[in-house]
Write a protein that binds this ligand. Structure first.
Ligand code: IMP
Ligand code: MG
Length: 179
């Protein structure tokens, strides 16, 4: 698969090291606050599974799926709930775990609908932050890495449902998605 990559920008060991640091920080910040991890499918499933094993606190995990990109590489701004949470989050401390924040539209919308459910607090943890064309200003509490304005895949993040299984984060060659 490496031949489809323009460049590997974050290696497997860099991911591991950074996620351990994020887990430690979250562990410190949520002492005495029962934590609910809200993982945004599908892109953040690998990040979530590695991150929660670095958090030394009691916690629960719930999943939500929203539509954003389809198969295109540009955000449409249309966000739809495809799968909602299983459990009520009223009175809970929520940490939203996302794969990548680009325009910020998805997270702005999600934070609004989740806080309307009467949560005690909501914070955001994203593995990747792509600030180049942010449309909605969104406060991000934990960021793994800032990435350039390129189309990124790997470690859970897809292009047309492919490449989620790459153990690293890379930039796909243009010819792969401009075919
Ligand atoms: P936003 O609403 O523009 O912030 O988009 C966030 C969502 O778009 C992410 O959760 C990803 O699913 C998707 N996305 C944004 N940038 C990329 C990328 O470079 N590669 C793959 N998916 C992306
Ligand atoms: Mg996503």
């Amino acid at each position: 698969m490496k031949q489809l990559m323009e460049k590997i920008i974050i290696t497997e060991s860099e991911l591991k090291e950074r996620i351990a640091a994020l887990g430690l920080q979250i562990t410190k910040d949520y002492q005495d606050k029962p934590l609910v991890i809200v993982s945004i499918l599908k892109g953040s499933f690998i990040f979530t599974s590695d991150l929660i094993r670095q958090i030394q606190l009691p916690l629960t995990v719930d999943f939500m799926a929203v539509s954003s990109y389809g198969n295109a590489t540009q955000s449409t701004g249309v966000v739809k709930i495809i799968k909602d949470l299983d459990k009520s989050i009223e009175g809970k401390h929520i940490l939203i775990v996302e794969d990548i924040i680009d325009s910020g539209l998805t997270l702005t919308y999600l934070k609004e609908i989740l806080s309307a459910r009467g949560t005690a607090s909501i914070k955001i943890c994203t593995l990747l932050d792509k600030p180049a064309h942010r449309k909605e200003k969104v406060a991000i509490d934990y960021v793994g890495f800032e990435v350039p304005d390129e189309f990124i895949v790997g470690y859970g993040i897809d292009y047309a449902e492919q490449y989620r299984n790459l153990p690293y984060i890379g930039i796909l060659k243009r010819e792969v998605y401009e075919k």
